[in-house]
Design a protein. Structure first.
Length: 590
């Protein structure tokens, strides 16, 4: 089933996809560089990957199948083992008698087809498919968490019970270090921990919560900012699970009274995840929260975070300045660190020396000198920042400004020729300025050093597979008008050119929501994006800061100068069909 280059070229020309000159150039480049013609045709956007696969299927006379919404029975799916399916991008999707239909990406991979034929003893009928279909089917190899845990606990419960009953002597509640280590290395416990880690990664969870109750253990995942119950486990496996995670994180096994922090990493061909671990003693045992940090993902761009238009231009202009301060504000979990890392990724060039002082270090970034705060030994934000200033930095990132000393040092660093990036916990961009004044920083220093203030929140995005359009009812519009100036928001829509200028009232606007499907676990949402408020310190704003004006007056002036508020940005994203009004109200409600 090999397609010669000559054949492919002739069919591309017959299909009139592009000019003969462009197609010829692609094949000449492939011959010269040794690359596949397919890759060059796709990269140069002569043809999409999906259309190229369909064309190949037509040339070979074999079917093309789209499996993106197909559920395959476990018996058929597992005829091809998961490792083989992942490595060779081939899946079984239908069995009729002695015939097995398989979908694949590479029609020339005859060796894999022959191997499956010998292993299964079935007649193989190959079909071509696309990458999205393969990814969708590969996910089906993962059983539900309930089923997999149920099997582990049912099969291996006797071994676990033996371990939990090993030392029932006088000191029943505090097993020896040796016993705990033995428990952590027991096969049932390893299976249980590996299983919920694997499922959390597949579900794209940001955190795993392991919470001991009086009679059982609740395992919860935070997905798209909200916690979801994943599993209830018997209380008897708690000591083993805690010991296993402590061993992975290199923590003290025999310490049950004090909190502990650690981290470990899991690397496979598909992902590279760093786990940040926090162990906290609670009444019923030890609670564990694990933060998942995807180190395999490429750095996010500011556009991908949700910034656009004038707000994006302001940030891009000011991060190129040699000195000054850029502050990002918002509550815990609002994506401030991701924005900081995205800015540093833009600035990270060989000519620039970037130093950070963080608590904790979320992601390791090449060429950036990152320092972890360690208060126990006196390495605080303030003491670390003082040392960083002697490290010849161009850009300094301070994880968070928490006190007057750190604020003063950061301001003076910005005054003396450094670009300083940091975060503060405030509800709005304008609210940052009075907060700095409350910390004891002089108003004239704030006005002369701070360049941009960014407030942000994270909203869930509507699932693209089940998104549907609707209009607000008169009752819903009336409820919104009680809290918000709808005319002002409508003007913001028009100024940002997201709606037709002829629209005069909210009843004419289209909004969107997700009705729920298998791709989003019937939630209607999939993934998150930021909503932002970007306040540039202009001459007028600086004058108000010097007068120590309150945040309301500063906000009014910023609005006059064209600042889009965080609420307006949320509504704009709702009109664009990115998120829902309910999500915007949920995260902006103070």
């Amino acid at each position: 089933m090999k397609i010669e280059s000559r054949q492919l070229k002739e069919f591309l020309l017959d299909a009139d996809i592009a000019s003969e000159k462009r197609i010829e150039a692609c094949f000449k480049e492939a011959k010269k560089t040794g690359k596949k013609p397919d890759d060059i045709l796709i990269n140069k956007k002569i043809i999409s990957q999906k259309d190229l696969i369909k064309l190949k299927a037509y040339i070979l006379g074999i079917p093309f199948v789209d499996l993106k919404k197909t559920t395959i029975s476990e018996n058929v799916l597992k005829i091809i083992p998961e490792p083989l399916a992942r490595k060779h991008n081939i899946v079984a999707f239908r069995k009729t008698g002695n015939d097995l239909e398989v979908a694949m990406l590479d029609p020339e991979d005859l060796q894999t087809i022959e191997f499956i034929k010998k292993k299964s003893g079935l007649k193989i009928s190959p079909c071509l498919t696309n990458q999205e279909s393969i990814k969708f089917i590969l996910k089906q190899y993962q059983k539900s968490l309930e089923a997999e845990f149920g099997e582990i606990i049912k099969d291996d419960i006797s071994g676990t019970e033996k371990l939990t009953k090993t030392k029932t002597r006088a000191k029943k509640e505090s097993e020896s270090d040796k016993d705990l280590k033995k428990m952590a290395e027991d096969l049932p416990i390893i299976k249980i921990v590996d299983t919920f880690l694997k499922h959390a990664i597949l579900e794209k969870a940001s955190d795993i919560h392991i919470e001991p109750q009086e009679k059982d253990i609740i395992v919860r995942y935070r997905i798209d900012g909200l916690l979801h119950d994943a599993m209830n486990l018997p209380k008897k496996v708690l000591p083993g699970i805690v010991a296993r995670i402590k061993v992975l994180s290199n923590l003290r096994l025999d310490e049950h009274r004090l909190p502990q922090d650690g981290r470990f990493k899991i690397e496979t061909e598909d992902y590279k995840i760093s786990f940040r671990i926090s162990v906290l003693p609670v009444f019923d045992g030890e609670k564990i929260v694990m933060r998942l940090l995807d180190e395999s993902s490429k750095g996010l761009t500011l556009e991908a975070l949700g910034l656009d238009g004038k707000a994006l231009e302001i940030i891009q202009e000011n991060i190129r300045k040699p000195n000054g301060m850029i502050l990002i504000t918002g509550p815990t979990g609002s994506g401030k660190t991701s924005t900081l890392y995205s800015v540093m990724d833009i600035l990270n060039t060989p000519e620039i020396n970037i130093n950070t002082i963080e608590d904790p270090i979320e992601y390791r970034m090449p060429r950036i000198n990152q320092t972890q705060v360690k208060p126990k030994i006196g390495l605080t934000f303030a003491s670390g920042l003082r040392t960083l200033l002697r490290q010849d930095p161009d850009v300094i990132m301070v994880g968070e400004i928490r006190d007057e000393e750190t604020a003063t040092l950061a301001i003076h660093a910005a005054l003396t020729g450094h670009l300083v990036l940091s975060t503060l916990h405030t509800n709005s961009a304008a609210g940052t300025l009075p907060r700095l004044l409350d910390m004891g920083v002089e108003s004239y220093l704030v006005a002369s050093t701070v360049k941009v203030l960014i407030a942000q929140r994270l909203v869930r995005q509507i699932c693209p597979d089940c998104r549907e359009k609707y209009k607000l009812s008169q009752e819903e519009i009336k409820d919104l008008s009680k809290t918000f100036n709808l005319e002002k928001i409508l003007d913001a829509f028009k100024s940002q050119k997201v709606i037709d200028p002829k629209i005069k009232n909210w009843s004419e606007l289209d909004f969107f929501k997700g009705k729920g499907c298998e791709h989003c676990r019937q939630k209607g949402y999939k993934g998150r994006i930021g909503i932002f408020e970007v306040l540039e310190i202009t001459d007028n704003i600086a004058s108000l800061i010097n007068k120590e004006s309150d945040s309301d007056i500063i906000n009014q002036e910023a609005a006059k100068e064209g600042m889009v508020s965080i609420l307006q940005d949320g509504f704009i994203k709702a009109v664009k069909g990115i998120t829902t009004i309910e999500e915007v109200l949920r995260v902006t409600r103070e």
